[in-house]
Ligand binder design. Structure first.
Ligand SMILES: [Fe+2]
Ligand SMILES: [Fe+2]
Length: 264
């Protein structure tokens, strides 16, 4: 089914959490390992604005539907960051936006397609760049959705679980946009299929790689996706990606787990 961009932009709201009883975190606090994972997720959400900045230098922003979506998507991801920051704050962890920026700079924000590379790639492949961007976004959003639902399931914390499910619900809308765009655009261009396959296979890494240290990425991937159940979820993500035109057989998320030695 086609994604209704007008309906999406008209209905886009911040994830609601004012009604949740955050005092529950005082009575029933989260363990340090879970807070470490949440911190990572919060950083990723807050970082979305930088991805948006990069993408504004590419052909994607000239596409009206993509531009409209990305504007609202960026706001929703920022609000996810705010909600997670509020949970962390309840545990005495302050997420400082400026500090986040400094850490990013220190890490050199590696493993990313920087604005110049992106615009160059954009110039090289024109409209096909948009198809690649949409496939890449779909892979990230499928991962984010699975990560939130998995954490909600693992923690079994009444308030955190509810919040994560609400965030995941918005992630499913992001999935719907990116995947429907990717499907349509890839189907029209063999060249885009070849480039998307190459780019995802060669350059994709878990969301948050490059803005967090390797140790943090490995911690989060292990916490969420180690073991048989985790591996099954990861294979589900890969199977969604592999159903996109030209991406049959790709196992990029499972490859990322194996590369980090995270056992099934
Ligand atoms: Fe998000
Ligand atoms: Fe998202």
């Amino acid at each position: 089914m086609a994604f209704d961009i007008d309906k999406y932009t008209a209905n886009s709201v911040n994830v609601a959490w004012a009604d949740l009883d955050f005092d529950e975190f005082d009575r029933n606090p989260l363990p340090p390992e879970s807070l470490r994972t949440l911190r990572y997720m919060c950083d990723v959400e807050y970082h979305t604005v930088c991805y948006l900045r990069d993408l504004l230098t590419t052909p994607s922003h000239k596409e009206p539907e993509v531009g409209a979506f990305m504007t609202m998507w960026n706001r929703e991801e920022f609000w996810h960051g705010e909600a997670l920051a509020a949970v962390l704050e309840r545990h005495g962890i302050t997420v400082d936006f400026d500090e986040l920026k400094a850490t990013r700079l220190k890490l050199g924000w590696k493993d990313r397609l920087d604005p110049i590379k992106q615009s160059l790639l954009g110039g090289l492949v024109g409209h096909d760049f948009v198809a690649v961007h949409m496939a890449w976004g779909a892979a990230n959003e499928w991962s984010a959705n699975a990560a939130y639902l998995r954490m909600a399931d693992q923690e079994r914390h009444p308030v955190l679980g509810e919040l994560l499910k609400r965030i995941a619900k918005q992630e499913t809308k992001h999935v719907a946009f990116y995947a429907s765009q990717a499907r349509e655009r890839l189907a029209k261009s063999k060249k885009a299929q070849v480039i998307a396959r190459f780019a995802l296979n060669k350059f994709w890494s878990p969301v948050g790689s490059g803005i967090s240290s390797d140790a943090e990425v490995t911690h989060v991937m292990g916490a969420l996706f180690a073991g048989a159940d985790g591996r099954k979820l990861v294979r589900d993500i890969d199977s969604h990606i592999a159903k996109l035109p030209g991406l049959q057989g790709l196992t990029i998320v499972e490859n990322a787990l194996e590369k980090r030695g995270i056992a099934a």
